[in-house]
Design a protein around this ligand. Sequence first.
Ligand code: FAD
Ligand code: 2HG
Ligand code: ZN
Length: 454
Amino acid sequence: MTDALLAGLRRVVGERHCLADPALRAGYETDWTGRFGGRALSVVRPRTTEEVAAVLRACVDARVGVVPQGGNTGLVGGSVPRGGEVVLSTRRLSEQGPIDVEAGEVTVGAGAVLASVQDAVRPAGWDVGVDFGARDSATIGGMVATNAGGVHVLRHGPMRRQVGGFEAVMADGTILRRLPGMAKDNTGYDMAGLLAGSEGTLAVITSVRLRLVPRLEHRAVAVIGLASARAAVAVASTLRRGLASVMAIELFTDDGLDLVLGHGGLAAPMAARHPFYLLVEAGDAVADVAGALASGLEGQGLADDAVLADDEGGRHRLWQLRERHTEAINADGVPHKLDVSVPLNRYAELVERVPAAVAEADPAARTIVYGHVGDGNLHVNVLGPGPDDPAVDDAVLELVLELGGSVSAEHGIGVAKVDWLVRDRGEAAVAAMRAIKDAWDPSGILNPGVLFRP
Ligand code: FAD
Ligand code: 2HG
Ligand code: ZN
């Protein structure tokens, strides 16, 4: 049966794009963090939607699981095989259509990489509403499948908000197409919205109509040193209310800064060190924003503990201090990643209580926190415990639920948090999700083990 399936897959995508060599497959079999992975039966790289449909039909017939994979930058283990599945890489579905300059829309293949779409649309005065540190590898299809958040959710919302239309292939090979997709479209269920955040469990997204946002060329970035998480939340809240051009409000700590400076050989943003830092970005299409950001900081008495940059190089240097946390942590070991959110009025309490909760579960563990404070989203990274030891994950997620939060703010459930989905959403909600899964993928071949236990 396996040999027949492999022969069938080779016929569909061609010998070269059905990877048999373990060395070639390795990069598709382990996730970005190094915590998750397994052997694939095969890695296939279809070039067209019809090839995707034929791959899925062959896998349904053989009852073999399929793991859709874009840039493999996901952080919850959903993009890599658990053992014996076919990895369906979307990277060759990377065609980018013409930009509709008037409407501010573009249709791109699911495998198009975020940075290349940004490069294509910016000269036309438009931009992609979602941006984050994995931009050079993450694909538009993967971003929709995870409903990615990133640093500009405050201004533009998550990936679901950027999707105007889509094309996707269901498990049985049926092609769903709603392209280009209208701004107003009340014709039944919102399937694009359902696919956003479905993590490869309902269909393989092959094309996306992106609703672009105006390019905000005038930008300023400030890093502000603060004494406590409470002060950081208060400053963030005042800036959100008072600074109309605010795009991002990010938090990191002195421990995280130390790690990033050491790993990247970077310079500290200011002479004095502080327990916490906020990075604030303001942007506007026509007006200069540096003055407004500077006076916003002065108004809160923060100017002495802040640095501000409005030139491209300076802004990039400040952003590096926040964006390079993920790689700096990975350089020190395989982290446990807890991407969580709580109501903003519990955020400071979460930051304060997380170290003790982790220490109680594993006294030797090292905790680094950072995140998108403007969205109530904290990234808790823990180094030390073995990949299969759930004690610190459980301790942090327990605390998050106690504070009325969500166990996944933006990275998804993947395989990492399957047991926590029911704890967070409740039996009835998960049963309703399961009914949707069963209707779309009755043979259960799409990303088995993700979101639900198989
Ligand atoms: P993959 O990792 O390949 O896949 C992710 C999930 O989507 C898997 O379940 C996979 O099966 C499914 N999938 C992929 N493509 C398709 C498709 N075409 N159809 C159906 N299912 C599909 N995430 C954030 O939300 N915000 C951040 O700020 C952020 N920053 C990051 C920074 C770094 C340095 C790194 C490494 C990751 C970061 N991430 C962030 C996580 C990750 O980049 C996002 O989840 C991203 O959306 C994944 O895109 P991808 O193409 O790499 O998808
Ligand atoms: C970020 O905000 C990403 O930098 C990654 O979502 C978070 O590394 C992480 O835990
Ligand atoms: Zn994030």
